[in-house]
Structure formats: C-alpha cells, structure tokens
Design a protein around this ligand. Structure first.
Ligand SMILES: CC/C=C/CC(=O)SCCNC(=O)CCNC(=O)[C@H](O)C(C)(C)COP(=O)(O)OP(=O)(O)OC[C@H]1O[C@@H](n2cnc3c(N)ncnc32)[C@H](O)[C@@H]1OP(=O)(O)O
Length: 719
C-alpha cells in the first residue's frame, strides 16, 4: 500500500498505492510508517519525497473504516516522526491533498503542489475534525483566521490559493513528483528547524476572543445544532492558547466526542449515499457502467419562465448551445434579458467570460429541428404539454431526445403522444434550476436506457446530483412532500401555529420550516396543482365536506389563504406577514391566528397544545413512511436515493442524513409504534398508516439501512 524506491542514489521516494484516492487505510498507514522508518534509518538516504499513485496525493483517512473503532498505526505518531526526523521530507501533491492527506503534507518539511491540485481539511463535512494535528499545525502555518475558515467550513482551495495562504511552498505545471525530487536534492543542505510547523510560534491577532466569538456566532447561524464546526473552533482555540502538546491532547479529546456521534454517522452516510445514487441501474440490467450516454452539443429549452431560464443557464454554463423558445415576443424578450443577466453574473463570480454566443432566442418551434435534446419547461398543464410533445415529434429530427421538466405529471402519457416514446423521459429540475443541485431523472416505462444514461450524464455535466426514479404522481420528492405538508396543515387545525411548526422543524435543523418555505415558493403553486387534481375549485365533488376529499381528511386552509390573495412573500403575506410584497422578514400574522381560530370554531375542533415532539414525529415519520411506500412501489431503488433527493432538493438537514436514515437512527420499531399511535388517533389520514415495508423490516429485526435493499429486491421496480 506504499511503494519504496531509491532514486538518484540518495532519495527515498514513497508512493501511496491505494486507488482511487490513496485513502489512508490501516494498510496504507502501516505501509508509510514502515517505509518512513526505513528511509530515516538508511544512511544512503538524504531526503524523502512522498507522493500518490495515479496523480492523486491522498484523499484522507479511509472513511469506510470509520464504521469501526480506529485500529492500527496512529497517524499522529507517524506525522510526529516525519516532522521530527533529521532528513527533509517533501510532499509532492498532485490531484488532491485532503483531510489526513493534507495533514500528512503538513507534517512534511516542504510541500510542492501541481497547479491543478486541490487542498483542504474537509473533516467537518463528515462530522469530524482534523485530528492528526491539522487543527494545531495549520493555524501555526497560515494564521488563525485563515485556518479557522478552512477548518470550520471544510472548503477545498486551489493550489494558487494555497500558495497565497502559505499552505504550500511552490506550485508547478510540471509533474509535482519530479519537481519535488529536484527540490529535495537542494533541501538536503538546509537546516530543518524552521520547517517543523509544530514548533513555530503561533501568529496571534490581538482581538482573539472577539474573533472566536464572531466565528462561533457565524457557525451557529449557518449550521444550527451541528456539533463538528463548534468542536473545530474549540480545537483551533486550543492551538492559539496552549502549547502544541496540550493542543494535540485537546484535539484528540474533541475528536473522541465526535467520532461515534450520530451526526458523524449521518454525514458519512450522506457522503456515500451521494455516490451510490449516481450509480443507477434499470431492471433490464442496463446501468451507469454499461450504457453509453449521447454526446450533447445542442439543446432546446421550451418555455422561458423561472424554470426554463435556470435550465438554459445551466446548459450554456457547461458549453452547450441553447435555443430557447417562447410563444410571445414580450415573454421572449423578458426571458432573454434574464438569462443573459444570470449568465453574466455567474461568469463574473467565477472569473470567466459569459458564453452568450451559445444562446439563441426564438418564437418559432421550427428552429429546434436539429437539436440533440429538447427540455420542455412550459406551464404545468397536461394538455398544453401533450400538444407541445406532439408538435415536437413532427418538428424534431428522429434522433432528438425529448425531456419534460414536469414536477409530477405522467411522463409516460407525454411519451405516448410522440412518435418516439422510448426517447422521452423526465428531467425534474428544482427551482432555481441554475442553483439547486438536485435533478430527478424520471424513467418512464418506455424510456430507453440510452435516454436515461444521457439525462444522468448531462445532469452530472451541469454539476447536478442526479437520481433516477420511477414515474408516478409527484415522482419521489413531491409525492413524499405532500404527506409532510398535509401533516403540517392538520397540525394547524388541531391547535398549532405556523411559527410553532416552523420553530420545531428549524430546531431540528431545516433552514426553513414548512410554512416559511411555502411562503418563499409561493402558495399559488400548490393551489394550481390541487385545482388540477380536483381537490379544490369547481371540480370538487359537491358531496364532499370542506375538510374531506376523495374519502380522506383534507385541509382547505391553504386554499383559503390563496382565495384571500395571500400567496406568500411575493404578495407581502401568506402564512406570515412581510414588510412589503417581495419582503423576506417573516412575522407572525394575527390575521392567520384569527383565521385558524375561526376555522376551529366552524368545524368544532377543540384546539390543544401540541408538543414539539409530536410536531416532529407527525411531519417526519409520515415523510419516511411515504418513503417506504416509494421503495415498495419500486419508484426508488434504494433508501439512499430518497435521502439524496431530500438533502439536495428539500433542505433536509445533512447532519440528520435524510428522512430514511433518520428513521433508521430513531429506530424502525419506534417509528412504527408512533405511526400506529397517530394513525389510531387519525384513521382518516391514510399516510399515517404504517407501510408494509416498514412493518416487514421491523419484523426482520430492523436491519441497518445498507441492508434494506435486500428486502426490497423482491418487489417490482418501476424504473
Ligand atoms: C483519525 C481520523 C482522521 C480523519 C481525517 C480524514 O482524513 S477524514 C477524510 C477526509 N477526506 C475527505 O473528506 C475526502 C473525501 N473524498 C472526496 O472529497 C472526493 O472523493 C475526492 C477525493 C475529491 C475525489 O472526488 P472524485 O469526484 O474524483 O471521486 P469520487 O468522489 O467519486 O470518489 C471515488 C471513489 O473513492 C471513494 N473515496 C473517496 N474518498 C474516500 C475516502 N477518504 N475514504 C474512502 N473512500 C473514499 C468514493 O467513495 C468513491 O468510491 P466508489 O466506490 O467509486 O463510489
């Protein structure tokens, strides 16, 4: 796991050999420890270069080993030995030096990085802190403010930034290992005392307390309830106030408090879930590794509303020519200006030139005849979309793939009106499409594997986290979210206020509770969907009382708000009241309180005090319950897919892992008990009825989430 070579007669070259990222597994730690001992003990060796195989220095500790207590050679001792040694050790950084990998580089006496390398201490994103001296060495090298920023955010920096900050000594466009070998030959003659970072005096700014306080406040605001960033701050404070050895002891104590925490487990699960979701498989056996996606150069986006604009920007940003189509001159012009503005701002932020030459705007559908793909983003109206797909069938060349950005309509019904049903699928972007990372790729029953492979690959190219899902109303994300918002509405009827429900969800870790989020998104979106599906408006069965629809409990309160013109932030009021239309500061509104009281009186509902525990359980267990149904219906293949959708599309707090991981953490038996309890109390809410899969898993002894797939396998996949 580490190769040893003697080069130029006097240099030991140690190469980490653990593809794909040369993670520091226990075997690699053993390998380096042995090879360093050999190099330091060999009188022929005058200097040492450490590099990584396949042009990747090291991606850090092996995260897969964190599931068990750390065993084997200690990184701390290894790094202390490297630093204290009397021979110069040079880190040759290509690709990445992250986490333990960068800590290894910090223990070396010199660091030479390739100009394309990226460096950082991302442990915080895994619920940990850099516990192999990173929190003690980095502030001594680059100062406390810069170290605090890097360690508490986990941001990676480019080699150029690393050079500016003093994290590396030199960068090169050549092979970093070759440069490091030449550098090592010159370093042999130089004293090493000033190169041992642990012995450097800490550069302390005068207003240290104020600095730590400000960073603590910032972190608490950004990552409410998340433990690791606060522990990182404490570790850096120890570096600032204690001698190195005592600081190391503190670093290790703080790491021990994080290592087996549920937050660390959740965050590490998220890391792997994201990668698992990208590896899609269809029942036919077609999968990410055996189906070649089409190469996409020219795309058309139909509809330049909010979604269409974001999609056009996402495509042009990665070099794809875009023909954007609208039906009216005024809409086209507004859309054009918005897209250009968005691309220009984005390019400025990234320090590149906006690729405006890739854009074409037109009123004629005929102009899309030669594109490789079309992404439809028109109004959420089935008959309009069907008309458009029929027209696209006629206009586009036979090889053009057709995608719809519908957020929940039947993708197969659209495929059915075309001359190429196998070349139709869904690409469900989330708003704003150029910002949000999630892309649900909807596989219709007739979508070909190439159609799916192309959507997944194009999404990845646009920087999206893509999840392949089956075709059902609302797909995965919106199908599940309905159960969550329904519960929130029922809780209002029963005695809660919007601010109580939101408060409990925000305390849980959501950046925004369900009602604040609804105000931001606009209440009219859901209203339109409810009208389309006959839940409100003229199509409602006159025999249904206002609080029952299609045989089940229904809350008409959101419809009542819409009827009063309370559409959320854009109208200055919704579930809350705002300083002005478009305002963002949500204040509780006495009018809502009155509306709720009136509603309860009218329907003889005795309001009760509802605990935060009930608010969380009702909203989140019902969400997970629907997730289990999504799995048993074959709409998602594995729980990781659902969690990734919720992390990237719905702001589910990452340190809770996602709704399915959270249910697993709470304990499936407990979730089942509570759902049974709530369903008993509310028999007219079918979503509270425990799903078959949940019951099956509990009956099988509640296996860990990674094993659920084995119990789902037997069920029918709709992908
Ligand atoms: C005492 C405990 C000390 C802890 C200190 C630490 O070092 S904690 C670990 C800190 N390191 C990280 O957080 C880095 C995590 N990795 C990444 O950010 C990225 O993988 C990468 C290194 C930037 C490479 O990205 P790229 O997009 O090129 O590849 P993938 O992300 O798809 O990764 C390829 C496969 O490698 C697996 N993997 C990556 N890093 C690790 C790791 N540190 N440990 C174990 N496995 C790792 C990843 O899961 C992929 O595996 P697949 O099986 O192919 O999905």
């Amino acid at each position: 796991m580490a190769r040893y070579e003697l080069v130029k007669g006097s240099l030991a070259l140690i190469t980490l050999t653990n593809p794909p990222v040369n993670a520091l597994s226990s075997a690699v730690r053993y390998g380096i420890t042995e090879k360093i001992k050999r190099a330091l003990g060999d009188p022929k060796v005058k200097a040492v270069v450490i590099c990584g195989e396949n042009e990747r220095f090291c991606g850090g500790a092996d995260i897969r080993e964190f599931a068990a207590p750390m065993r084997g050679h200690s990184l701390v001792m290894l790094f202390d030995d490297i630093e204290a040694g009397e021979k110069p050790v040079i880190a040759a950084i290509e690709g990445v030096a992250l986490g333990g990998g960068f800590e290894l580089a910090l223990a070396c006496h010199y660091r030479i990085a390739h100009s394309k390398a990226r460096l950082g201490l991302p442990e915080v994103t895994l619920g940990l802190l850099p516990a192999a001296g990173g929190t003690q060495r980095l502030p001594r090298l680059i100062g406390i403010p810069a170290a605090l920023e890097l360690i508490t955010t986990g941001h990676h920096v480019s080699a150029q930034e690393a050079l500016k900050l003093g994290m590396v000594d030199q960068i090169t466009d050549e092979n970093a290992c070759k440069m490091a070998v030449e550098f090592a030959l010159r370093a042999v003659a130089k004293p090493l005392s000033s190169r041992r970072i642990s012995t450097l005096t800490m550069p302390c700014p005068p207003n240290l307390d104020a600095l730590f306080e400000a960073v603590t406040m910032q972190v608490q605001k950004k990552a409410r309830g998340v433990m690791a960033p606060l522990a990182c701050i404490q570790a850096v404070r120890a570096a600032a106030t204690l001698p190195y050895s005592k600081g190391m002891k503190r670093e290790s104590e703080l790491m021990a408090s994080l290592f087996s925490s549920s937050q660390a487990r959740a965050l590490q699960y998220c890391f792997f879930a994201q990668r698992t979701a990208g590896k899609w498989t269809l029942p036919s056996g077609a999968q990410w590794s055996n189906i070649k996606p089409r190469d996409i150069r020219r795309a058309a986006v139909i509809g330049l509303g909010t979604m269409g604009r974001g999609i056009a920007v996402s495509l042009a940003r990665v070099g794809i020519s875009v023909i954007a189509v609208e039906t009216e001159k005024k809409l086209l012009e507004t859309g054009r200006q918005m897209v250009i503005g968005m691309l220009e701002r984005d390019a400025k932020r990234r320090g590149v030139t906006a690729s405006l030459y890739l854009l074409q705007f037109t009123l004629s559908l005929q102009d899309v005849k030669d594109v490789d793909i079309v992404i439809e983003a028109v109004f959420e109206d089935m008959s309009l979309k069907k008309r458009l797909f029929r027209d696209l069938s006629k206009v586009c060349r036979p090889s053009t793939l057709l995608y719809t950005n519908t957020s929940g309509l039947d993708v197969d019904a659209l495929a059915g009106v075309t001359d190429r049903p196998h070349m139709v699928a869904g690409m469900h972007f989330f708003s704003p499409a150029h910002v949000m990372k999630l892309l649900e790729v909807i596989c219709g029953p007739r979508s070909s594997s190439e159609t799916i492979a192309t959507a997944m690959s194009l999404g990845k190219r646009m920087g999206k986290v893509c999840v392949a899902v089956g075709n059902c109303p609302g797909f995965v994300g919106n199908r599940m979210v309905k159960t969550y918002t329904d519960q929130a509405n029922f809780l209002l009827e029963e005695g809660a206020t919007p601010e109580q429900v939101d408060g409990a969800l925000e305390e849980f870790g959501f950046a925004m509770g369900v009602f604040r989020m609804s105000d931001l998104a606009g209440l009219d979106v859901g209203w339109r969907i409810r009208k389309e599906s006959g839940l409100t408006g003229p199509d409602v069965d006159p025999k249904d009382p206002p609080h029952r629809r299609q045989g089940h409990r229904y809350s008409p309160i959101p419809d009542m708000l819409c009827e009063q013109g309370r559409m959320g932030q854009k109208t200055g009021c919704g579930w809350y009241v705002y300083e002005k239309p478009g305002g963002t500061e949500a204040k509780p509104d006495p009018l809502i309180q009155k509306l709720l009281e009136g509603y309860r009186v009218r329907y003889s509902i005795q309001p009760r005090k509802i605990s935060s525990q009930e608010l969380i359980e009702r909203c989140l267990y019902v969400l997970a319950n629907e997730g289990f149904r999504v799995l048993e219906d074959g709409i998602a293949v594995q729980p990781e897919d659902i969690d990734v959708i919720y992390l990237f599309g719905y702001g589910f707090p990452r340190h809770r892992g996602g709704p399915m991981f959270y249910a697993n953490m709470v304990g499936l038996g407990r979730v089942l008990d509570r759902l049974e309890h709530y369903h008993h109390a509310h028999p007219d809410v079918p979503h509270l009825k425990p799903s078959q899969l949940l019951k099956k898993l509990v009956a099988c002894g509640s296996p860990p989430i990674q094993k659920w797939k084995e119990h789902i396998k037997t069920m029918h996949s709709h992908l």
